[in-house]
Design a protein around this ligand. Sequence first.
Ligand code: GTP
Ligand code: MG
Length: 259
Amino acid sequence: MFCARRLIDIEAEVKYGENMILERKMKLDIPDLKQQIGEFQNDYETTVPDPRTALLEFAGLMQMYNGAMKEVSTKLEVLDDEFHIRHCHNPIHHLECRMKSIRSIYEKMQKLGVPPTTDAARKNVLDIAGIRVICNFIDDIYLMEKLLMRQADVALVMRKDYIETPKANGYRSLHIIVQIPVYLSNATEIIPVEIQMRTVAMDYWASLEHMLRYKNNNADTQKYSTALFECAETLAETERTMQKIHNGLTFDMSTSFPW
Ligand code: GTP
Ligand code: MG
């Protein structure tokens, strides 16, 4: 599950006079990892020969991906904060971060037909760390992508623009996989992070469509998929109009952001 970082992951608010420091809870949960490995062994009747080594190896892997996810989300927040100061506009409505569970990583590897090792996971599963960037307007999506991609330590691995070319069901979002260095005590690891960028309306649509998919009921799929497709088209049209109104009310971003 993705969890909204600004809303849920704020563990404590410590007030120092007028300033407020937000401490975010994004630490690895080792008991939870242990439980996931236990469940994984039961569900798949797999015996891990040395569970302690497997846990250590897996915890190390998850820690790197968690680090990469924090680095990228911080970069996005810094850009959003700067944009707010310079232009009184926040391109990002909110961010959601999630780490893939052991079960989902394993299932994806089975689907890809690769062996269940941490090495194979690193090579083949590029969405272990995921960030969903929910933007206010369509232009904000491409702006955030451009500003992130021009950073020297961020490299593009894959890009799918389902806004320019929506999926047949009407799904819209910009998906990019980037890789960034994570500096550890004895090594620098290059780690991929999947970023899904969409507007509030695209997100609202995708949540409802996800419910339909999750129910996996043929009658409901037939009944609602055409209506959902039409909703996606209507929302896209409304968003284009709202973008024009927003542009008219504010300034021309391309000229007032002089980079
Ligand atoms: P995965 O194996 O699911 O990662 O798919 P993929 O590697 O083919 O990538 P793709 O870019 O198509 O989709 C990745 C993710 O985007 C999914 O896991 C969903 O979170 C989201 N997504 C993609 N297509 C749809 C869709 O039609 N509806 C909804 N609700 N979400 C979608
Ligand atoms: Mg995925």
